[in-house]
Design a protein around this ligand. Sequence first.
Ligand code: SF4
Ligand code: SF4
Length: 483
Amino acid sequence: MTVEAPETNTGDGSLYATAKKIYPQSVKGRYRNFKWAFMAVSLGIYYFLPFVRWDRGPGAPDQAVLIDFPARRFYFFFIEIWPQEVYYLTGLLILAALILFLMNALAGRVWCGYMCFQTVWTDLFMLVERWVEGDRRERMQADRQSMTSKRVGKMLFKHFLWLMIAWWTGGAWVLYFADAPTLVTELAFGQAPMVAYVWIGILTATTYIMAGHMREQVCVYMCPWPRIQAALTDEWALNVTYRTDRGEPRGSLKKMKARAAEGLDAGDCVDCGQCVAVCPTGIDIRDGAQLECIQCGLCIDACDNIMDKIGKPRGLIDYDTDVNIQRHLEGKESIYRFVRPRTIIYVGMITLVCGLMVFSLINRRLVDMNVLHDRNPLFVSLSDGSIRNGYTIRLINKASTARDFELSLVDVPQGFTMKAVGIESRDETSMIVPIDQDITKELRIQVFAPPKTQLDKSQPVSFSVRDAETGEAQIVQDYFKAP
Ligand code: SF4
Ligand code: SF4
């Protein structure tokens, strides 16, 4: 698909072009309804999810979705991610990218048109604007007239509502990083941490500026996705297109009727301009594919409404493929090919990544151990001829209950012993370490090789940790250093 880039050269050599004010008109139709429904669900989730509770047992936070920086945990309903499990985040990012590629292969910029944060919030801000200042015609008229106190009042009210939405957007964001009801109370009484106020301020400003003022300019000039998307798409992807074969030659309804009566070619497009009036980026889809088009489908709704009124079939503007545009010009029927190598590859990769993530979640260990050999000194020769090595062992209990861990020295030559600072040994090579729920415990461990043992300079030794109740275990190998 060839996509026209936006015109920025103004003809005087400058690369700067003043933004044209766009007055998108309201429209009714199936794509508009879908956009409203998606907006309601996505904003509902975003604003209210921090208040959903999830019981994780005593001592654990009961917020369903929580990024707990002080405790270094990410909670998502029944899933709890520790910092060393950040690969889940990597998996999620890969999954998100693959889903975006698949959506693009099937239906072009469907993400931009319906799901992107910029689109969703801009839609909400436009809704407020229409409610306060009226639809396209009233707003254009008001801008042409001189300022009145009534108009100033309306503008102030609109900006106040925009700021309230922007403030609540920033406020909802910080609620994901602390217990939401507590933080709301602290914010209300000015007792919240300074970082919360700073982030609310930043997000209030960015939401207000981007959704209220910059709108389509974010999509056209700031977002890299349209450029990447244009390189990733192919002729089988659905895009919002104008059916030139049906629409042209265009003209007013009266003119088209007259042409038809004379037996001349008369297109279905009555040149009413409704598709342009509703477009949030202010373009004319009849000019062909353009980089500014976010594929929101609102021009389809507008044109379908006109077609209904003049008694012509819907679909003069519709989602269609480049292949079908060409076929229509040749008088052929539409064909669709959703199953093709790239979609198969994307679906395969999505299935693989999902499968790996689910598998690793199901088999996630609740017992974990890190072993770090002392660097200085690597070993100590004791007066009785024995050799001592020191280790720092971190035991991790990811379960929501306190547990007793059996820590043992395994796979070592005869006579090796182990001790821990502050913990009583059960025998020469093992000990029981009680650990509270959902914490790590660091131990200073000393391993001794008896005198006169034949040792390599670096001798493999292994530590085993085992949950005494469930039997879940992990073994970590390290080395015992000798002269
Ligand atoms: S041309 Fe149509 S689909 Fe594209 S942005 Fe404008 S209204 Fe949306
Ligand atoms: S809405 Fe339909 S009929 Fe009206 S100008 Fe656009 S394409 Fe033509």
